[in-house]
Design a binder for this molecule. Sequence first.
Ligand code: C2E
Ligand code: MG
Ligand code: MG
Length: 674
Amino acid sequence: MDLAPRFTPTPQPEDDAFALARRLQTPVWVYDVDQSRVVLANESACRMWGAEDEAGLVARDMGKDMSTSVARRAQQHRAALESPGARINEVWTFYPKGEPLRVRMSMTGYPLNNDRTGILCEAVGYFEDVPTNVRSAEALTHTDVMILLFSVMGEPLYMNPAARNAFSNDERPLSAAFINPEDWTRAQFEVDLTGEHRFVARLRTVEGVRWHDISIKFCHDAVTGNPAYLITAFDVSELRNARDRARYLADRDQLTGCYNRAHLMRSIASLPEVTRDRCTLVYLDIDRFKEVNDRYGHEFGDAILKEVASRARAAVRPSDTVARLGGDEFVLLMQDLGATPDTTQEIDRIFNALCKPITYKSNSIDVTVSMGVTVFTPGTGELTEILREADIGLYKAKTDGRNRWAYYNAELGAAAAARLSLEAELKHAMADRQFVLHFQPRIDLKTGRIVSAEALIRWKHPEKGLIAPGKFIPVTEETGMIVGLGRWVLEEGCRQAIAWDKAGLDISISLNVSPGQFEDPSLMDDLAALSALPGFPRGKIELEITEGVLIGRDIEIERRLEEIVDMGFRVAIDDFGTGYSNLSYISRFPLHCLKMDMSFISQLPESGPIVRLILSLASQLNTLVVAEGVETSDQHDWLKNQGCDQAQGYLYQRPVPLDEFLSIIKKSPTVEPP
Ligand code: C2E
Ligand code: MG
Ligand code: MG
């Protein structure tokens, strides 16, 4: 069944004008562009179209086999023919029975119903031509490439349909189509000089402003012989936009829209020598970004990165570069800021612009940054070198307590170099097993008995002798080496605890676990493996963690600590009381022991109220309290009188090597202060 809607020809008013046309020998018909139908046709036209009669021709859907460019052309003709007296003479190719028929057409407007205009078509003659000409004329008609001929004065002489579509039969001079008039002036200059020119420019078309690949050649008008310009143009907007987008993406960080490292590298490399010496580079990162990200989620983290990026862009001049190197690290490259007295003021201003609270979905947090600043000097080398300097400044700002900025200087450079060589030495020391544990006893204050020992690591340096942990633990923390080193301490400590237990020594052991080690995902597996060792003394190995570790992801930490306790370890908080004033967190965790920081002990009796507070807190929480760093018998007496459980300090014993520790215990397992 034919489902196509049936066409009912719009009844035309009885038309005297066409009655005359019916008597003519030349084919004449009226075409309704809106309906794609012939609505009136004389006999000759029916013959030409190969139709039985007028009704048969009127019933034909002419739009069916019509290309879009021809349809558009018909629309344009109709619009042009609406003006009174307008006439278009043109050669058209029809395919009445599938065979091409080239016809010279003369077209005028013809009134249709509803105030519309149709096209009165008259076939004034058949057009004979050699096949090549026929084909080239057809190609010219159907191609999307615009082909135009202009007089050297800029008046249009010819436009193919693609060009007419784009410029809607515009009779204005060519120069008017250029968005940037200079493009046309320059092109004319080039063509006059060399005879041709090719370029890409924006043109005003019916579809708006579009990019075009244009080529112009000097020639002569074949009709008049006058000098002319032959122009071909094709729309490259899509290509151009895709390329611009690709270029934009290649240069940018997707999240913040800042430039990326690759672009920064290029812009530094392309700095002219003169400007280079007056450049300043700021390397910055957001303080405790990881914590915020973990605590509030990545969406908030992303919002912070975007906000800091936009603050940075607003704080610097448009000619300066703001790049994101990755994570929460940004670089500002400022030209012409050199080592002037104003630089410090300027950096202060930028710093203050960045450090402001950020609110996101009703969460508000104080965002602060740390920045390292390096001023280019005439000898300043590679980007990596410049970044390294600024990074050293940043490191300084971080270690000085964050939320500040620092200039790079030679002294910091030397310290960084020393740190680097320490790092290399440490790597070697780990492979060479140059570490030992010393043991410091912990005393029960009621009985004076040694109840426990803290294992404290030392580096047995082949040339420098024993090195204290304060000198190298921070570097191992920064570099991640702490994971391997800490694992060794845990293994060694557990081995010792198993041996003591086997030998019948009733002495616990304390092992320090640093924050970096606690964060490491492999810690839980390591501890599980140790707790499964034969003879593992449950409840006799204590892990000392610091308060900082407990802040943040509460539930995650709670789960880990519970697992650790289930394995048979005890948990102590080391250096208690120094980290955070908010004590509410401790009640949530399974803790066995608080090791009071030695600063409270050394300040006794002035610090008495705080120490008493910690003692009562511990008794409420039912945990043990250990006083660290007890050096005098006054301190010992005070603590004992206040009911402190245990103590550790030089007063009783300094940390000593294993054999010395064992002989002390064998001699006298109790220690009374002198
Ligand atoms: P900590 O865990 O708080 O250890 C106590 C520190 O205080 C030790 O310093 C100890 O020698 C010292 N000390 C003990 N009694 C007194 C005293 O009466 N007066 C004074 N002024 N100091 C006393 P050490 O051995 O230099 O260790 C320093 C820090 O290094 C430790 O502090 C701990 O945080 C870290 N550390 C030591 N060994 C390890 C380890 O195996 N792993 C990890 N991750 N950190 C360790
Ligand atoms: Mg400790
Ligand atoms: Mg401590």
